[in-house]
Structure formats: structure tokens, C-alpha cells
Design a protein around this ligand. Structure first.
Ligand SMILES: [Zn+2]
Ligand SMILES: [Zn+2]
Length: 66
């Protein structure tokens, strides 16, 4: 346990529980779109589109980049 990796529990596109339902369409869309929800805490992420892609920030879990 390093504490740096948090296991995703929620779909980062629709915010639903990964344990419920089929998120295959979400995963496909996520190849083209930034995430909308943090997979660890389900907070809405602050998404910024930048020329190279995007960044998505969770206040709790930090920033993801495309
Ligand atoms: Zn989903
Ligand atoms: Zn988070």
C-alpha cells in the first residue's frame, strides 16, 4: 500500500458504479472525451481543454491529463 493509487469505483464518464451496469459505451466514448467524474470519489472534475488534449482535476485526487 503506497497510497498513491486509488482504485476506481465509479465510471469516470457517467458517474455510475462500475460494479453495476455496462460501461462499455462509456469506455469507448472516453477514448475521445475527457472524464467528467473522478473514478475514486465521484466528484465532478474540472475539465479544461488544452491544445494538446485536456486536463481534468479532482480537488481530492489531483489532475489527469490526456
Ligand atoms: Zn459509465
Ligand atoms: Zn477524486
Amino acid at each position: 500500500m503506497t497510497g498513491t493509487v486509488t482504485t476506481a469505483a465509479y465510471c469516470d464518464r457517467c458517474g455510475g458504479s462500475l460494479a453495476e451496469g455496462d460501461h462499455g459505451a462509456c469506455a469507448a466514448a472516453r477514448r475521445l472525451e475527457p472524464p467528467r467524474y473522478c473514478g475514486a470519489c465521484r466528484r465532478r472534475m474540472k475539465v479544461q481543454v488544452v491544445p494538446a488534449g485536456w486536463t481534468a482535476t479532482c480537488v481530492e485526487h489531483g489532475t489527469l491529463r490526456s
